[in-house]
Design a protein around this ligand. Structure first.
Ligand code: GAP
Length: 601
């Protein structure tokens, strides 16, 4: 029941997105392109506001993060170093009859009766196939259904009038080997690399092969040294980037949630290794409990920095209108973690299409991952490029010289072991890994190390969809004649609403009203996005803006012109989208009132 309701809600949201110009299918006039989406006038403004609010909170409101804007296509070695060339793949399976492709982990386990066939022959043509095949039927379905699917399989192998050979059946429990849509056997799972390839230059050769970036993060690592040199930053500090990413997803689905082209907002926040903190401050501060740990402190180790960024990200989502209870903090289990990650928290939003737990509660789908990635990424680029990614820490060298020999030995050993673990995992022979880890541990004592990283990585499109789902409401409001009707209203936080204010002259055939309304539009326009609308009854115009999610409406009426008394001259009606309350305000104060409302909600 709950699922039917949420499916219906999702349908309404998708339909509103098209009707009001938030999101269109890409290339729609040619039948669309699966996994690609365009943003219409309102959607484009919404996305721009999301990116601006993220950028502002990440860079302009902080001293310790700077921005980067890198290219989409980069040197192919980058993807070897990052591991994307060899491991960025999903397991996929194909239906042996329809050839439809699925992600292996998205096939729901099914039970029923499996029908097996040894082959098929056609007495007319004399052809025969010895290929084995099977079909899973739900309990109670007649075997004829399995035979129909099996005949299709053999027809595809040239056996036109197939007589099935060696049929037998047996019960099957919780199997993921069959296509849930027609019961046909699937191929064995095999890896499918998700990177989209292209060729740089006029010759389509292996040497010219390159990739559209599958994440924005790698450019940050590759440019780490350049940014460090020019920005006068020291560890701990961050580099962030917003930009397009591309993944050839096997099954794009849930509207824009899993697309093939999307945008990411990523921060790589570089920190000292814990051994350096301990050498400088005597100990490493660890989390004292859940919640925001407060202003960053120099003695924080990676765990506190990780907790800090998780909590900062929750604060950000709340600041643009996603309530805390609509979000889920999911700690990846040890078997889900990437091999280099020490901890990853996924921030999930309870989308209407999310799976439900046994209590019927929405479990949420990933908006963002906040990963503690150790020094893996920079170490990889150091190995692959041959360029040093170490930094010199001015405080570390003198602090190290004051340590006791026992402490030096302890911290060196801990650092050596971490480096050795990393190098061994990359496949370096034990002896070489040992030698290099020793060199790295000695360098630590001289003030050099490769920074560790905390990475909050979010998707713009997923956030736009979450904000749209969160904003969608239906309530009751009076129509022109005072009868109650259903109102669709998008309750966006004013900070990210596509249009901030609509300006209406009460009547369009009264030049004085129109002139004044245009003056108000021009007064507000330099500071915020304004929509001017003079067409139709005022109630209809309000409804249109409610659906677009415009939080404020300003109506210029006869009071504004002073026709209802001089005390009301140069005032206007300010209407609030959510409460539908109206108040009279002085036009001279309007701009300040709106700026305050947008900033503080
Ligand atoms: N650098 C780390 C990284 O890329 P990820 O979890 O693969 O991590 C980060 O991606 C975020 O990018 C996700 O949390 C999600 O918001 C967004 N994202 C990833 N794949 C996506 C897709 N196919 N469609 C839309 N957004 C996607």
């Amino acid at each position: 029941m709950a699922e039917a309701k949420t499916a219906e809600l999702m349908e309404k949201i998708v339909s509103l997105c098209k009707r009001r110009g938030f999101i269109f299918q890409s290339s729609e006039i040619y039948g669309g392109l699966n996994g690609f989406w365009d943003y219409g006038p309102l959607g484009a403004e919404l996305k721009r506001n999301i990116k601006e609010s993220w950028w502002r909170s990440m860079t302009q409101m902080r001293d310790d993060v700077v921005g980067l804007e890198a290219t989409i296509i980069m040197h192919p070695k980058i993807w070897e170093a990052s591991g994307h060339t060899s491991t960025f793949s999903d397991l996929m399976v194909d239906c042996l009859v329809t050839r439809k492709r699925f992600r292996a982990d998205q096939i729901e386990a099914q039970s029923g009766i499996a029908y097996f066939y040894q082959g098929a022959s056609d007495s007319g043509s004399g052809k025969e196939s010895k290929d084995t095949f099977s079909v899973l039927l739900p309990p109670g379905k007649p075997p004829e259904s399995a035979r129909k699917v099996a005949k299709q399989f053999y027809q595809m192998r040239g056996i036109e009038n197939a007589t099935l050979l060696g049929e037998r059946s047996e019960a099957a429990q919780n199997t993921t080997r069959y296509n849930p849509e027609n019961g046909a056997l699937l191929t064995e799972p095999r890896p499918f690399n998700l990177m989209l390839k292209t060729y740089v230059g006029p010759v389509e050769s292996e040497d010219n092969k390159s990739y559209l970036r599958p994440e924005t993060a790698q450019a940050i690592f590759a440019q780490f040294k350049n940014v460090l040199e020019v920005s006068r930053q020291k560890v701990p500090f961050g580099i962030c980037q917003i930009g397009k990413a591309f993944r050839n997803e096997i099954n794009p689905r849930n509207f824009t949630f899993r697309s093939r082209e999307f945008e990411q907002m990523e921060l790589e926040f570089f920190i000292r290794p814990d051994e350096a903190i301990e050498a400088i401050y005597g100990s490493v501060a660890k989390p004292a409990g859940p919640g925001h740990p407060g202003e960053p402190q120099p003695n924080w180790g990676w765990q506190l920095w990780h907790q800090y960024w998780v909590e900062e990200r929750f604060r950000y989502y709340e600041s643009i209108g996603l309530p805390r209870q609509s979000l889920v903090e999911y700690w990846q289990k040890s078997d889900e973690l990437a091999h280099y990650a020490r901890a990853t928290v996924d921030i999930l939003y309870k989308f209407p299409f999310s799976k439900r737990d046994e209590k019927g509660e929405l479990m949420g789908e990933e908006l963002e991952g906040v990963a503690a990635r150790s020094d893996f990424d920079l170490s990889q680029h150091q190995r692959f490029s041959g360029k040093s990614m170490t930094v010199f820490d001015e405080e570390l060298k003198p602090a190290w010289s004051k340590l006791s020999d026992a402490k030096k030995a302890e911290l060196s050993q801990s650092y050596f072991e971490a480096r050795q673990r990393y190098l061994s995992k990359t496949g370096e022979p034990a002896e070489k890994a040992d030698k290099q880890a020793r060199v790295d541990a000695e360098a630590l004592g001289k003030g050099y190390y490769i920074p560790h990283v905390i990475e909050p990585s979010a998707g713009v499109d997923r956030l736009a969809l979450a904000l749209i789902c969160n904003a969608y409401r239906e309530d009751q409001a009076p129509d022109e004649k005072g009868n109650m009707e259903t109102r669709v209203v998008m309750k966006f936080h004013p900070r990210i609403a596509p249009v901030k204010v609509a300006v209406f002259p009460l009547l369009k055939n009264k030049p004085e009203l129109v002139k004044k309304a245009l003056e108000v539009r021009d007064l507000l326009r330099p500071e915020m996005s304004v929509f001017y609308d003079e067409a139709g009854a005022i109630g209809r115009r309000y409804r249109r803006q409610d659906e677009a999610g415009t939080p404020f409406g300003v109506t210029i009426d006869f009071e504004t012109l002073g026709e209802k008394g001089p005390e009301l001259k140069d005032t206007a009606t300010l209407r609030y989208r959510d409460s539908m309350k109206q108040e009279r305000v002085k036009i001279s104060e309007l701009l300040q009132i709106l700026i305050k409302q947008i900033r503080f909600g």
